[in-house]
Design a protein around this ligand. Structure first.
Ligand code: G3P
Length: 217
């Protein structure tokens, strides 16, 4: 499973990219607004750091406006993926954009049918929102698992990005459910590799090694 970073914080992207762990980046209007910087500048900075797909979202409601926005975004950098919301107008836009060879990530997916429709429209990626679905008592992992099954059975090339990831459990379960990608917020990334027993074990190793070095042999 690939790891994307769900952030527009350039420092965070640099840090995780330096570890070789950032296969891509996803943003949305909320994430961009949080940084308080110019949209294009932030996206371009990120595209320079990460070679993989970088999602930038359109904000229009109508298909023709989304297409116009998407065409503008797509030329910013070769790794831009245009994020389009899962609406009737969004699907119309994805159909046209995919025929033009523009990569899309259909966002705000909460059901298998939404994901299937997006894939049929030619979406490069679909983003089921795990945390937000579980918040209202849904079974987000079932959506991911079933969607993967449907994509495999019918030979869709569309990749699943598990988004709205809130915990390590979400990351592990997304991997088990066959998600192609998990997009993870920066603060959760550190928790992926750290464990108190690892730290404790290391302290003990060091202590024992120092004692060994100080022993007369
Ligand atoms: O990229 C969209 C997404 O991951 C949102 O997450 O935590 O706002 O539900 P959250």
């Amino acid at each position: 499973m690939k790891f994307f970073l769900d952030t527009a914080n350039v420092e965070e992207v640099k840090r995780i990219a330096d570890l070789g762990l950032a296969d891509g980046v996803t943003t949305n209007p909320t994430i961009i607004a949080k940084e308080g910087k110019n949209f294009k500048e932030v996206i371009l900075e990120i595209c320079n750091i990460v070679k993989g797909p970088v999602s930038a979202e359109v904000t229009s409601d109508k298909a023709e406006d989304m297409i116009k926005e998407a065409m503008e975004l797509a030329v910013w950098a070769p790794n831009i993926v245009v994020k389009i919301p899962m609406t009737e107008q969004g699907i119309k836009a994805v159909n046209i954009l995919s025929k033009k060879g523009i990569k899309t990530n259909v966002t705000l997916i909460f059901s298998v049918t939404q994901g299937l429709i997006a894939a049929k429209a030619g979406a490069t990626f679909v983003s089921p929102f795990l945390g937000r679905l579980d918040d209202i008592g849904g079974d987000s992992l079932k959506v991911v698992r079933d969607l993967r099954k449907v994509f495999d059975v019918y030979g869709f090339k569309t990749e699943i990005i598990s988004a709205s990831i809130r915990s390590l459990k979400h990351v592990e379960e997304a991997a088990l459910a066959g998600s192609h990608i998990a997009t993870i917020p920066g603060n959760l990334f550190d928790k992926l590799w750290s464990h108190p027993l690892t730290d404790k074990g290391l302290v003990q190793f060091k202590k024992d090694w120092d004692a060994y070095l100080n022993t007369e042999r």
